[in-house]
Design a protein around this ligand. Structure first.
Ligand code: NA7
Length: 534
């Protein structure tokens, strides 16, 4: 079998796929990018649900490779909506002529390493085939939706939507009886947005969430001018911080030198910022020390409680089974207050799980909840979900799906032993997505991958692959850092616990994006020790 001979096949035309395509083309490689959607955007294409917006500020949720790009672009809000980010990505794709590289509405069916040819043989569902020297996965950490199924779904006369497969044309829900399952970052945005518009909103909650009040504002031309002027400084700064933002938490040990009142002042300042600074910007000890975590948790509980009129309802909406910050903290804009409305109802599906659909709605604990529309905001098979479904077969016929079913492992998130010339952007065990501003971390990874490919080309070698020992060392280091945190004690997509049967491991590296970057730079400077170049 052999397909069109190309240098690189990139999978995905979202935030990372676009930049990876641009970088490889700029380096002189022939590139084909395969994208399942009919347009660019990835996450920002599919998640067209009501209320979807980013929770990193726009002045850092952007590309860092072109000042011109920002000079030509104007953000309208500190935390822009999904349509605005999609427009930005479309603009990037036009501006750098990336559309010409992309095969839309196409999915990779299989990718097989051909040892003799030293190429990936890739087959898509449209029948196109490629023989690519390099296979670069830009499929996104959160791209395969977790869809629930309940008995008798076929009987339900209403509509069912998953937020990550929301129709591209607007869905009019005004006057409807809407149910929402899921109150993670996505569900929170849906619930707060729909509450004032729909007739009845029933929220089926399994686990309550801590969320931080988002401080959003309009960005005027003056602010945009200052962001443009600050671009050179910020583009460097984000690569030096723990989370790829413009700020860092206090240094380790500082918390212990402060009084509780002084620490509260820090919490108040971070809370007032209305951003993820309240997540990873206070003290590092809050994520590792149960006492410090309990202090911060109490602070946040107090902030939430005052937003909810009914104290019994507040008890249901405020988590009591896990500490603050141990799952991804969503930002909210009126989420808790939505439950003060008479048309919003909370149903506890922890004590009595959802049983089945019936013609007019959902049945829970023997009670019927009539619905016109059910929205699943039930998350993703994160990190490994999409690549595991792509039929990737490496050296000696080894299956990536089977490997990751046993044990989720990579070398710095970039590569997997046994899969030469397969590169992952935002792959498992790298900081991206969970513990880093995605834009910062994926660009750092793409720069590293592109340099590695150029290096291979220049040195006259054909393949690059991590050794088993190097991979083992990375996994061990990753686990050591992960297991020192309280995050591994909590069930969430961070640990893979949201997907039945998935091996448990913290999916993203939590040693710091700046630390990771230094490690990557050292590997590059020292000629890729631990990687076999053949
Ligand atoms: P999340 O954060 O994984 O949230 C999924 C939600 O769906 C969460 O509230 C789950 O409750 C709920 N869920 C999942 N399965 C069930 C079942 N079987 N019954 C009831 N409720 C269920 O996904 P999001 O899309 O909100 O966010 C993912 C990331 O995207 C986010 O962290 C940002 O980085 C962007 P549970 O907590 O499991 O009890």
């Amino acid at each position: 079998m052999s397909g069109q001979q190309i240098d690189a096949l990139v999978v995905g035309a979202g935030v990372s796929g676009l930049y990876q395509t641009h970088k490889l083309r700029e380096a002189g490689f022939s590139v084909v990018t395969i994208e399942a959607a009919p347009d660019v955007g990835g996450t920002w294409y599919w998640n067209a649900y009501p209320g979807c917006r980013v929770d990193s500020p726009a002045n850092i949720y952007q590309y860092w490779f072109s000042q011109d790009l920002l000079d030509e672009w104007a953000w309208t809000e500190r935390f822009p909506t999904q349509p605005e980010i999609k427009r930005y990505l479309q603009h990037v794709a036009r501006r750098f002529d990336l559309y010409s590289a992309i095969e839309f509405e196409t999915r990779v069916r299989s990718a097989q390493w051909d040892e003799e040819a030293g190429r990936w043989q890739v087959v898509t569902d449209t029948g196109s085939t490629y023989a690519a020297r390099f296979l670069v996965s830009c499929v996104g950490l959160l791209s395969t939706p977790k869809v629930l199924s309940f008995p008798d779904e076929e009987k339900f006369q209403g509509k069912v939507y998953h937020t990550a497969r929301w129709p591209q044309s607007p869905v009019d829900l005004s006057g409807q009886r809407v149910g929402v399952i899921g109150n993670g970052a996505t569900g929170i945005q849906v619930i707060q947005t729909l509450a004032p518009d729909v007739a009845e909103l029933t929220v089926f909650q399994r686990t309550p969430q801590y969320a931080v009040r988002m401080k959003n504002y309009k960005v005027d031309s003056e602010m945009m001018a200052s962001w443009r002027a600050d671009y050179p400084r910020i583009s460097k700064l984000v690569h030096t911080t723990f989370g790829g933002f413009t700020w860092d938490p206090a240094e380790e040990g500082v918390a212990a030198t402060l009084t509780p009142e002084q620490r509260h002042e820090v919490y108040e300042t971070c809370w007032a910022d209305g951003s993820l600074k309240m997540f990873v910007g206070t003290f590092p000890e809050t994520l590792v020390d149960p006492v410090m975590n309990a202090e911060l948790t109490e602070f946040v509980r107090g902030k939430i409680r005052i937003q909810i009129d009914d104290s019994a309802l507040a008890d249901q909406l405020i988590p009591s089974d896990h500490g603050y910050g141990l799952k991804r903290v969503p930002l909210e804009s009126g989420y808790y207050e939505a439950f003060n409305r008479p048309n919003v109802h909370l149903v506890d599906v922890r004590s009595e799980p959802i049983e089945a659909f019936y013609e007019q709605g959902l049945r829970v604990g023997g009670r019927e909840y009539p619905l016109d529309v059910l929205i699943m905001a039930t998350g993703f098979d994160a990190g490994t979900g999409t690549l595991s479904r792509m039929g990737v077969t490496g050296r000696d016929g080894r299956s990536l799906t089977e490997l990751w079913q046993r044990d989720i492992r990579t070398t710095l998130g970039f590569q997997v032993h046994g899969f030469p010339n397969l590169f992952l952007v935002g792959g498992p065990l790298s900081p991206s997505a969970a513990f880093c501003n995605v834009q910062t971390c994926i660009q750092q990874q793409i720069d590293w991958i592109t340099d590695a490919i150029v290096n291979l080309q220049q040195s006259g070698k054909r393949t690059m692959e991590p050794t088993l020992e190097r991979e083992e060392a990375w996994v061990q280091h990753h686990d050591e850092v992960a297991n020192s945190t309280l995050m591994v004690t909590v069930d969430s997509w961070y640990t893979g616990a949201n997907i039945e049967g998935k091996p448990r491991r913290l999916l993203s590296y939590i040693g710091g994006a700046h630390v990771y970057r230094e490690l990557c730079n050292d590997i590059q400077k020292n000629g890729y020790p631990g990687f076999q170049l053949a």
